[in-house]
Each structure stands twice: as structure tokens, then as C-alpha cells.
Design a protein around this ligand. Structure first.
Ligand code: ZN
Length: 430
């Protein structure tokens, strides 16, 4: 398989680091340029035929990487004589690229299992798959709006008004393309990849998909972000989050744990975060855990709320977290309820299922999806149902004293630890 790396950017926001003497992808983390990490990741995923698009200062990249043999790959260069935007150079590579290829931007620092992404791309028969993930600053990021099959319906630019609550899902700048997409580039010249190639394709073909992953991907476009990336790399977080490795996870309950307990919640505006929750979630991530919400939402079966409205409630949760720089990796809910016989109920959801806590269907689903080692993971919640769920799944458990504070009296299971709130609970975890 092939890859194209866009490495021609000048990095105007990073001049304090580059001094305009080196191209942005040659900025170092540890002792190596960002570009070298990208090439190593490609090689680990057996992608060894690499095109690097360069611009001014191209000789610095060529001198460092040469033909790529030192890294076990074959590198070809295309030098842009004038700025061609984020996609203009692709016109010249039409004859060189075959089938599916990766398209990367040279200022993205990442460590991801590309094999998983290409499998997704092929399974969906996508023409373009973009890497989508939640980040710590959704309000000033372009948001990717996906449908249930993860097809991209829309990309909301960061400068467009946010008229409702949106899911925290951002474009990571890593793409898998089928070469047929390049047929629509008819002439040489400047090309904005998103505006002129990806957006029209979303409209006309409906075959652009978002591959969702919690793996580490960061744009190092500012000195602050570069510094954070460096710290996260040194702590082992970057490598640890690669889905080729076993993940550890903190599963958290929703009502009474993340957000204030108000009984059955059916109105987005009624959702407010519990105390110190954004800090707790950020700390969990810093400790290398995924954070996945596991919640029973019988409001669906009881017809107090539609799936669309529940989505809005969850989007508000994500927006409130995002405003404080925090995000969850996934929200999984059970819409069912076993007791039949209410006049307004939706009978199709009135079933015994394997996903309603204390059953562990949702946890098993998350474990398969994110390669989670359950024996190294936790369940945190405010009810004895959460504690029973954690025990059923082989997780360590922490009961929080927010919400109903374990006083629901349903199960007699004892938690491993008891904490005042979510932040205290996460602090107890190694
Ligand atoms: Zn269920």
C-alpha cells in the first residue's frame, strides 16, 4: 500500500520553533522529527511506498530521509514550485497511486493502528475515510457529523455557528483515499482538499466515512500543542493508546455520577454536570485510561424520550465537558426495560436484554471495539447496580457518594473502594 504525506506547509504559527529554517514536519519530539514518527508508523503497518510532497526548504527533508532505505521504505518526492494548497499536488500523482492509499499531513503527531482503519475503509467500500475522534477543544475545531453507519453527512467548520448541541467528533487529518477520487481533479493548480474534493464528494456520492478511534492524534501547529505532545510522548501515552495494544478503561455511569441525578432525565436542558467531573475525566485520560459511559436509559422504552432526543442529551453532555477541555471516548446506552404493561410504552423496547446493567453486554461490546483488558479496568458509579455490573464484568469497582450514593438497596455487592465523587474516585486509581 502507498501513502502520501503533505509536508510542504510553512508552519506560520510555529515560527518560534522553526525560525523559518526548517519545514514544520521536521520539528522534533524527543530526538526525532514528527515526519520520522509518521514514516515509522507507516512501516510498522507495512506501508512502504511513500510520496512526500515538499515545498520551500525541501532539501532539508530530502537530506534527512534520502530514498528511505534506512527506514525500510521507498520514498519519492514531489516538490511544489508554488503553493498548491492542501491537495493541488495530488493532480500530479494520479498516475503514480493505485487503489487505496493513506493521505497524511506532516504536522500531525500520531500513533495509530492503520490496519484497523484500512479494514474499516474497505468494509464500508468508502471512497474516502477520515480519522474521527473527540478532542479537548471541539468549540474551535471542525466537527464531523456522522450518521449511524458512520457515513459523513456534513462537516461543520469551526467558524460556522453552532445552532444545536453537537457530538464531540473532530477530523484528525489522516485519510484513506481510493484513487478514483482523484479523477475529479481536472487541472493542475491550487486545490483546497476539504472544500474542493471532500465536501463535494460527501454531497454527491455519500461514500465518505468517519473511522472513530480513541488513539493518539494531535496537530502540533502551535508551540503550546507541541509542548503538550512532547509531554504526552514522554509519559508513554502516545504509544499506549495505539489500538494494537491492550487498553485500560474506566467505565462510568451517567446519571448521578457524571451528571446530577434528577430522576428520569428526558430534557437536554435538565442535564448539568456533577462537581469536578471535567477534571476527573481529564485525569483519567492523563493516567492512560479510556473513559466510556455505560448507562441504562429506560426513558426510551417508557416513551418519555425519543432516540433523537436522547442523542441531544448526550450531545449536551459532550458540549459541557468540551467547554472545559474534557471528552469521553464513547457513550453506550441500553434503551430497554423489562417490565411491560404501561399504556404509553414502546413495546419493541420492553424486552429482557443483555445490555441493561447489571448485564454486561455494553461493556463486552466496548471491550471488543477498543481492545480493552477488563482485568485492568474499572467501573465507577453511584448505585449498587453499577457495582454489581462491574463485578459481573470482572472490573474493579468504585462507588461514588454523589447521586443516590449507593442507597438504592438493590444489590448487596460491596465496592472495592468508596469515593466522595468522580474526581476522588479517579485519584484512587493507579
Ligand atoms: Zn438493553
Amino acid at each position: 500500500m502507498q501513502a502520501v504525506i503533505m509536508a510542504g506547509g510553512k508552519g506560520t504559527r510555529l515560527t518560534s520553533v522553526t525560525k523559518e529554517q526548517i519545514p514544520k514536519p521536521m520539528v522534533r519530539i524527543g530526538k526525532k522529527p514528527i515526519l520520522e514518527y509518521q514514516i515509522n508508523t507507516l512501516k510498522e503497518n507495512k506501508i512502504t511506498d511513500i510520496w512526500i510532497i515538499t515545498g520551500p526548504l525541501h532539501e532539508i527533508i530530502e537530506d534527512y530521509f534520502g530514498d528511505g532505505s534506512k527506514w525500510g521504505v521507498r520514498i519519492h518526492y514531489f516538490i511544489e514550485q508554488q503553493a498548491m494548497g492542501t491537495g493541488g499536488a495530488l493532480f500530479f500523482l494520479k498516475q503514480e497511486l493505485k487503489n487505496d492509499f493513506f493521505l497524511l499531513f506532516g504536522d500531525i503527531f500520531f500513533d495509530i493502528d492503520l490496519k484497523r482503519m484500512i479494514e474499516f475503509h474497505r468494509r464500508r467500500q468508502a471512497s474516502i475515510t477520515l480519522f474521527a475522534h473527540p478532542n479537548s477543544h471541539p468549540a474551535d475545531s471542525d466537527l464531523v457529523i456522522l450518521d449511524e453507519e458512520q457515513r459523513v453527512n456534513h462537516i461543520l467548520r469551526k467558524n460556522e455557528p453552532r445552532i444545536e448541541y453537537y457530538k464531540n467528533m473532530v477530523n484528525g487529518g489522516i485519510y484513506c483515499f481510493h484513487v478514483c477520487v482523484l479523477d475529479s481533479i481536472l487541472k493542475a493548480g491550487y486545490l483546497d482538499l476539504e472544500k474542493e474534493l471532500i465536501f463535494p464528494r460527501i454531497q454527491t456520492h455519500q461514500d465518505v466515512f468517519g473511522y472513530i478511534s480513541p488513539e493518539y492524534v494531535k496537530d502540533i501547529g502551535t508551540p503550546k500543542r507541541l509542548q503538550t505532545a512532547e509531554e504526552e510522548w514522554e509519559s508513554g501515552l502516545v504509544k499506549g493508546k495505539n489500538l494494537g495494544r491492550k487498553q485500560k478503561c474506566i467505565f462510568v455511569d451517567r446519571d448521578g455520577t457524571l451528571n446530577r441525578y434528577v430522576g428520569l432525565l428526558a430534557d437536554p436542558e435538565a442535564l448539568e454536570l456533577e462537581e469536578q467531573v471535567p477534571d476527573a475525566v481529564k485525569l483519567a485520560h492523563k493516567k492512560g485510561y479510556l473513559v466510556i459511559v455505560i448507562t441504562n436509559q429506560p426513558v426510551i422504552a417508557r416513551n418519555l424520550c425519543s432516540l433523537k432526543e436522547l442523542e441531544k442529551i448526550h450531545n449536551r453532555l459532550e458540549v459541557l465537558l468540551g467547554e472545559q477541555g474534557a471528552y469521553v471516548d464513547a457513550i453506550k446506552f441500553c434503551p430497554h426495560h423489562p417490565d411491560k404493561g404501561y399504556p404509553e410504552e414502546r413495546t419493541e423496547y420492553k424486552i429482557f436484554c443483555h445490555c441493561r446493567k447489571p448485564e454486561i453486554g455494553l461493556i463486552e461490546e466496548a471491550a471488543a471495539e477498543f481492545h480493552i483488558d477488563l482485568s485492568n479496568s474499572y467501573m465507577i458509579g453511584d448505585t449498587t447496580t453499577d457495582i454489581r455490573t462491574g463485578k459481573n464484568a470482572g472490573l474493579k469497582t468504585v462507588l461514588v457518594q454523589t447521586g443516590v450514593a449507593g442507597k438504592d438497596g438493590k444489590y448487596s455487592d460491596k465496592p472495592d473502594r468508596i469515593a466522595r465523587n468522580l474526581l476522588e474516585a479517579v485519584k484512587m486509581i493507579e
